[in-house]
Design a protein around this ligand. Structure first.
Ligand code: SF4
Length: 287
């Protein structure tokens, strides 16, 4: 129940470096595991067939996942919830990249991902498509009064930093996504070297003040509401809705190139961002 304590840490040997690696994701998976009564899951060995793990409080099952082979992460997550008839399960899963042991494959969960070190390839190598978890137990705190006092202190500090930002550091709770990033950092590498589709042809003159103004206005208007990972006051994700286009989620600093592309004369516009981060499969989580 601690403020913002929602991170899932995946540690393994990276197929990229063969050294110890870890990757972290937010979302809801780790708190759900804690509510199921566990602090850690250790996966040893590998399965000859594609399987997924279902942790339902004290009951743990290895289930066949052959029907999920070749499915993307968001789709797999939704299909597993339907199959288990457990819409509140949290599902960490790999997609095609992990199954095929692509060296930079990620593990996805809800709208978060553990993307570093190629850890998704390790999960794929073990034949583990996903880990679904549902926990409904209480978490008992030894000294709850002191504990919640500390949590409140953290919240107060977050508010203090929002009111008193440090120069050059993105202010907590201040805004969302690339417009905030661009206010603080030199984005010349991106804006002056726009490349889409064919990296050999860079459009040096693409970005200008007029495009930037229009882009910020469009982005700000498109934010339907802000969302957070479990128990986090930051709300650093936004649900983005453009008229007649698919809803999608935008995380802090995400998909700058996609949204920039939407402002260009390329005809895919914001559709590409919607397709890349479709809300269709994750809608149940946002209600
Ligand atoms: S909402 Fe943003 S800041 Fe909060 S835990 Fe998730 S990723 Fe981190």
């Amino acid at each position: 129940p601690a403020t913002g304590a929602n991170r899932t840490i995946v540690s393994t040997f990276s197929p990229q470096t063969l050294l110890m690696a870890y990757s972290i994701m937010g979302g809801f998976w780790a708190p759900e595991l804690k509510f199921a009564g566990y602090d850690k899951v250790i996966i040893r060995g590998k399965s000859p067939n594609l399987v997924y793990l279902w942790i339902n409080n004290d009951k743990v099952e290895i289930r066949d996942a052959s029907h999920l082979q070749g499915k993307g992460c968001l789709e797999t997550e939704e299909l597993i919830k339907q199959e288990l008839k457990e819409p509140k399960a949290q599902v960490a899963t790999i997609g095609l990249a992990g199954e095929n042991r692509v060296y930079f494959a990620s593990i996805e969960q809800g709208r978060s991902s553990a993307s570093r070190g190629g850890i998704g390839a390790v999960m794929g190598d073990k034949g583990l498509k996903a880990i679904a978890v549902r926990g409904t137990k209480d978490v008992l705190v030894a000294r709850p009064a002191e504990f919640f006092e500390l949590c409140n202190e953290v919240l107060k500090y977050i508010q203090h930093r929002a009111d008193n930002p440090i120069k050059g550091v993105p202010p907590i709770l201040a805004g969302l996504g690339s417009p905030q990033e661009m206010a603080l950092h030199d984005e010349q590498w991106h804006t002056a070297s726009f490349a889409w589709g064919n990296a050999r042809i860079r459009r040096k003159d693409f970005w200008n003040k007029e495009v930037e103004k229009k882009w910020k206005k469009t982005q700000d208007k498109a934010v339907e509401r802000l969302i957070s990972c479990y128990n986090c006051p930051m709300k650093c994700g936004g649900i983005i809705t453009h008229p007649k286009l698919q809803r999608y989620m935008m995380k802090c600093y995400s998909k700058l190139t996609y949204t920039m592309a939407a402002m260009s004369d390329l005809d895919f516009g914001f559709k590409i961002a919607g397709l890349a981060q479709s809300m269709e499969w994750t809608d149940t989580q946002l209600r």
